[in-house]
Design a binder for this molecule. Structure first.
Ligand code: COA
Length: 225
């Protein structure tokens, strides 16, 4: 439906495998959002919308989109070392690497890398692939001691790109793979529901004077993304 052409059988098979690899599991950020939203007894559409919103973030499912932007920015294998050195020095996150649970190469990344290679063999190599492989090596040298290795998002973008899926559809594709799991959690939550209401420990100041809006330092409240 996306390409208005009958899919190539290899591409269709690989797409199926991708959906399985991206299936929902454990209490990751978007599942947690779904559970919190479900606990208010809202409708399942709102539960899925809430989960999609969380999934889209670059630290979660939005990372595969960021990986493509990053590979474009690096531009050539020759620039990889300098790019990684810069990120390490600035303590900047390298997209598609690291995982809260996996402290080794994410097993899904290994399978996706193999799928990417199968696609390249049939449809031609992607220039970004060489940069990606060099990046993986460079990150391993510098960050393996912290357990930072490629995650599921590192090679998935290259696979989708080769299939002709536009970058801004990566998160919707990811959501397709997760929606059944989110709804299973919705159902489970309703079974023995209690609204999520975490407590907090306030560590801020007390007895602050009220400052009229025109007297406030606007720069103190500016947020950069
Ligand atoms: C996935 C992610 C959010 C997990 O976070 P986490 O387990 O809470 O790890 P933290 O953010 O606490 O990082 C722990 C350490 O590893 C470093 N680190 C984690 N991910 C990193 C990355 N992608 N690039 C560089 N350094 C990274 C942090 O700087 C931190 O270093 P420090 O201990 O010297 O301060 C994180 O690895 C990340 O932001 N990755 C990039 C985004 C991404 O690919 N997300 C998709 C996840 S499937």
């Amino acid at each position: 439906m996306l390409t208005e052409r009958e899919p190539d059988p290899l591409a269709a098979r690989i797409f199926d495998v991708c959906l399985t690899l991206h299936a929902e599991h454990t209490i990751n950020a978007s599942t947690f959002s779904a559970m919190v939203t479900a606990s208010t007894l809202t409708d399942p559409y709102a539960v899925v919308a809430s989960a999609v919103g969380t999934l889209a973030g670059p630290l979660h499912g939005g990372a595969n989109e960021e990986v493509i932007i990053m590979l474009e920015e690096i531009g050539s294998v020759d620039n990889v070392d300098a790019y990684v050195d810069h990120c390490v020095e600035k303590k900047a996150k390298i997209m598609g690497f690291g995982h809260r649970v996996y402290k080794v190469k994410d097993p899904r990344a290994t399978i996706l890398q193999d799928l990417a290679e199968q696609l390249f063999e049939k449809f031609g190599r992607d220039d970004y692939y060489d940069i990606a492989v060099a990046l993986e090596k460079a990150v391993e040298v510098r960050l393996a001691h912290k357990g930072i290795y490629p995650n599921v998002d590192f090679y998935s973008g290259l696979v989708y790109r080769k299939m002709g899926i536009p970058t801004d559809l990566f998160t919707p594709v990811f959501a397709i793979a997760r929606v059944a799991g989110w709804l299973a959690h919705w159902k489970e939550q309703l079974g023995e529901n209690r609204i999520f209401r975490p407590t907090q420990i306030y560590t801020g100041t007390h007895n602050e004077p009220y400052v009229p809006i025109e007297k406030r330092d606007v720069n103190a409240y500016s947020i950069s993304y």
